[in-house]
Write a protein that binds this ligand. Structure first.
Ligand SMILES: C[S@@+](CC[C@H](N)C(=O)[O-])C[C@H]1O[C@@H](n2cnc3c(N)ncnc32)[C@H](O)[C@@H]1O
Length: 245
């Protein structure tokens, strides 16, 4: 039997919480007495069907993204670039290698001399069972290891020379840097390691306005594209930013 690569569950705690709270509300609504009195307050337990439906619905949308939507979104992001095959690509917060493998496949399909580097801190809060070893395994299973390299470092401390990469891609990583100055530092690093004329393709569910504004101030030509409202959850926005020549 062929073993398939496993690109993991993003923010596993969030999905678990949606389902646990949703089913708790469902059980409460279905099995608690119809009316509960706490002091003078009267609670109609049937009204808990609403949050149950909402939370379980959110959990299912999350699952749809993890199992299907993220591959579609990866193709959407990588499809904004006209591939030649000789690109040097950096995936910031590569996790288990979703974009890394996608970019490497684009290069391999053109028998190009390009390469793809993934940089990550392998947080298990942001991605289930996250590790360099798990990513290496996925790259082997995809048959594209020879195009790829992994670096274990935070995005705000990139160890690459200025103007190394033609393309920098990143999905759902930068919002995980919680303080603004450090996030700004990560964007500065992305700008620094891009070659003049190179492109950053940065996707996230929030803070994309902040990334776009910072890059615009650095002289980049910036545009924004929306991912699918159904198959990306939370809905993702992509910032496309070209470094001036
Ligand atoms: C939700 S996962 C997304 C992984 C991958 N980009 C994808 O779309 O499947 C976020 C990733 O960002 C990484 N990450 C979080 N903060 C980081 C930082 N400061 N530097 C580098 N990677 C970081 C996490 O370890 C995790 O692998």
């Amino acid at each position: 039997m062929r073993i398939k690569p496993d690109y993991g569950v993003d923010a596993p705690g969030v999905m678990r919480t949606f389902f646990l709270l949703g089913f708790a509300c469902l059980l409460f609504a279905a099995f608690a007495p119809h009316v509960l009195r706490i002091g003078s307050a009267k609670i109609e337990t049937g009204s808990f069907f609403w949050p149950a439906g909402f939370l379980i619905g959110e959990g299912l949308l999350f699952l749809l993204y993890v199992k299907y939507g993220k591959f579609r979104h990866r193709d959407f992001m990588l499809g904004t670039h006209e591939w030649r095959g000789d690109e040097r690509v950096l995936d910031v917060g590569c996790g288990r290698g979703l974009l890394l493998a996608g970019a490497a496949k684009q290069i391999a399909a053109r028998r190009g001399a390009g390469d793809v580097t993934g940089i990550d801190i392998w947080s298990n809060t942001d991605m289930a069972a996250n590790s360099a070893a798990a990513t290496e395994r996925n790259l082997e299973l995809e048959g594209i290891s020879r195009y790829c390299a992994l670096v274990s470092k935070p995005a705000q401390e990139m160890p690459f020379d200025d103007a190394t990469f033609d393309l920098v891609v990143s999905n759902l990583c930068l919002h995980n840097i919680y303080d603004r100055p450090t996030r700004r530092q990560a964007i500065e690093q992305i700008a620094r390691v891009l070659k003049p004329g190179g492109t950053a393709i940065l996707s996230d569910y929030k803070l994309t306005g902040e990334y776009a504004e910072q890059l615009r101030k650095m002289g980049f030509a910036v545009e924004k594209r929306r991912g699918s409202f159904i198959t990306t959850f939370p809905p993702l926005t992509v910032v496309l930013a070209r470094k001036p020549l």
